[in-house]
Write a protein of this length. Structure first.
Length: 243
């Protein structure tokens, strides 16, 4: 039976947050931010291994030695100039190491430490039952506005041009789960075409796939700015992601 593996791309610098270390290795609510995702995936019986793609200059950093897992944990110097290239390179390393082409991979942003094992398991169950790929996502709840591009370019205050219907709109989260070889080839094709690949699902969509949307959770937001960091720290201290 095909196995499941986790892939965490962590080659980014996290420049918008600042700090000596990239944000994914900075201490958040008592431990490195990356460790929250590793812990959540470690609790899932279906997860056979966890792969972390890091930049070539970071592979020997002591910050990696303090990250533990009850699953096989592989650090790979597969970082590229973009997130999609880091994912593509790490997938290639997994295939080269002997991971079966038809195994599943769950790609997750290290900057989403609010992920829980329950959310991961829900995604695995839904995708395995359907046979298709899928991702965690949230239905858009806020009213959406299209900005007036001309006024913004002219340096004037940005103005709303019109309201966009939020019907059928979802905000993508991670993990995103697909067959390893299929995802590798989809990202490879997208990079070659210079397509706008912002996540794994967008690469698969370019080939005509329609990934499942599995409802995630508000707590699974991405930590990007200092305000996000403070909010996530408060959340983790109040409600640890043990489930």
């Amino acid at each position: 039976m095909p196995q499941c593996h986790a892939l965490l791309p962590t080659a980014g610098t996290g420049s918008r947050l600042g700090g000596v270390l990239p944000k994914q290795f900075q201490e958040l609510a008592g431990k490195p931010m990356l460790s929250y995702a590793i812990d959540a995936f470690s609790q899932i019986q279906d997860i056979a291994s966890i792969w972390v793609g890091v930049s070539h200059g970071f592979i020997d950093n002591p910050a990696l030695t303090c990250l533990a897992s009850i699953k096989p944990l592989q650090f790979v110097a597969s970082g590229g100039p973009t997130r999609q290239e880091t994912v593509r390179n790490t997938l290639a390393a997994m295939l080269k190491a002997g991971i079966a082409q038809t195994d599943w991979v769950l790609v997750h942003d290290a900057a989403r430490p609010g992920i829980t094992s329950n959310l991961i398991q829900a995604l695995i169950n839904a995708v395995k039952n359907s046979g298709d790929g899928g991702l965690l996502a949230m239905p858009v709840a806020d009213t959406l506005k299209l900005a007036d591009f001309n006024s913004a370019v002219a340096g004037n205050p940005t103005r709303s041009e019109k309201t966009i219907s939020r019907d059928h709109l979802w905000q993508a989260q991670t993990p995103q789960m697909f067959r390893i070889k299929a995802l590798h080839d989809a990202i490879e094709d997208g990079i070659r075409q210079e397509a706008d690949i912002t996540d794994e699902a967008s690469a698969m969509e370019l080939l005509g796939h329609k990934p499942l949307l599995i409802e995630g959770a508000t707590r699974n937001f991405k930590v990007t700015h200092p305000a996000d960091w403070q909010l996530m720290q408060s959340l983790l201290l109040a409600v640890p992601n043990k489930s």
